[in-house]
Unconditional design. Structure first.
Length: 324
């Protein structure tokens, strides 16, 4: 990646974060004005794991768009790909007006997306599945190019003097997470290796990473792919007596504070609130005015952008409100 491109990323503003719930919930949220178009129902279906607060940001954005657009929002999630596909089928059976979904395991979504299309239900993708959304037959996609984000991340580590990075993946086989670490390897001139952990079990994450750092003192950089794992990694570094630094993808209120305090070097923000908002709003625009963002051929990118100690204060206020 050229310096000019990295400069654009740095200037763009200040990103697989967390807390999804399996239970369904109607949309609520503040919005400036409200549409007078007929009431419609949109299903928002993600692969969120319990306790991952990243998905709270997605939901808040979706709820804000739903409130503005006179939409009944029905949210559901399941980290198991087969179960997520069943949730999509349930939405089809309920004859919703539109579906917004994540495709962390694209092969599992192929059949149900085809069924939705056959039933005349528009489907948009967001957050995961950037390389597969057109093949799956979705109308639009909103999210971050994770490979590009990973490359930019790796280049920044090189500029900071890192030599040996371990990339901590909290869900093996999740395409967005794997792409981040693959991009990191392309952009980083030093040594990189992947470490797989169970992101739903933070004590296990802590012990696994601590053991890795104790075993290999040459690791000087820990790269995490979500805010909860990043905060846990800080504790692992301390427990291991390691001199490694921690940097991450994705934000949370606590993560922003950690950047301000110097415990985390930087984070890459993919703006999950914006992803949820745009995905729901896009379905309203399509149903009411036939609009298709990106012309149906290009994704709408919501990131990446670096959040560092130099610019973190500009997003801290919004993070405290739970929208960044």
């Amino acid at each position: 990646m050229t310096a000019a491109v990295v400069g654009v990323l740095l200037a763009a503003g200040c990103s697989s974060g967390s807390g999804g719930k399996k239970s369904e919930a109607g949309g609520t949220g503040a919005a400036a004005g409200k549409a007078t178009t007929p009431r419609m129902t949109v299903a928002l279906i993600t692969h969120a794991a319990p306790g991952d607060t990243f998905w709270d940001l997605i939901r808040k954005g979706a709820q804000a768009a739903a409130a503005k657009d006179n939409i009944k929002l029905v949210y559901s999630s399941d980290p198991a790909a087969g179960n997520q596909a069943n949730l999509v089928q349930n939405a089809i059976d309920q004859k919703v007006d539109g579906i917004a979904l994540t495709a962390a395991k694209p092969d599992a979504m192929k059949a149900v997306v085809a069924k939705a299309k056959a039933a005349g239900i528009p489907v948009v993708g967001f957050n995961s599945g950037l390389d597969e959304w057109k093949e799956l037959g979705m109308l639009e996609y909103f999210g971050q190019d994770e490979n590009i984000a990973g490359q930019a991340f790796g280049e920044r580590l090189g500029q900071l003097g890192a030599k040996h990075a371990v990339c901590v993946i909290q869900e093996q086989g999740q395409v967005a997470l794997e792409a981040r670490c693959a991009g990191l390897k392309k952009g980083f001139e030093g040594t990189t290796e992947n470490l797989y952990v169970n992101g739903t079990d933070m004590p296990s994450v802590k012990s696994t990473l601590t053991a890795k750092l104790q075993k290999d003192s040459s690791i000087d950089q820990v790269v995490t792919l979500g805010a909860p794992v990043a905060l846990t990694a800080v504790q692992s570094v301390k427990d291991a007596g390691s001199k490694a630094q921690v940097a991450t993808f994705d934000l949370s209120k606590d993560l922003v504070r950690a950047i301000q305090d110097g415990g985390i070097e930087f984070a890459v923000d993919q703006q999950p609130y914006l992803q949820g908002y745009l995905a729901v709003d896009a379905l309203w625009l399509y149903k009411t005015n036939g609009n298709v963002s990106g012309g149906g051929t290009a994704p709408v990118l919501t990131g990446p952008a670096f959040v560092t100690k130099d610019n973190v204060d500009s997003v801290a206020e919004f993070a405290e409100k739970g929208t960044r």
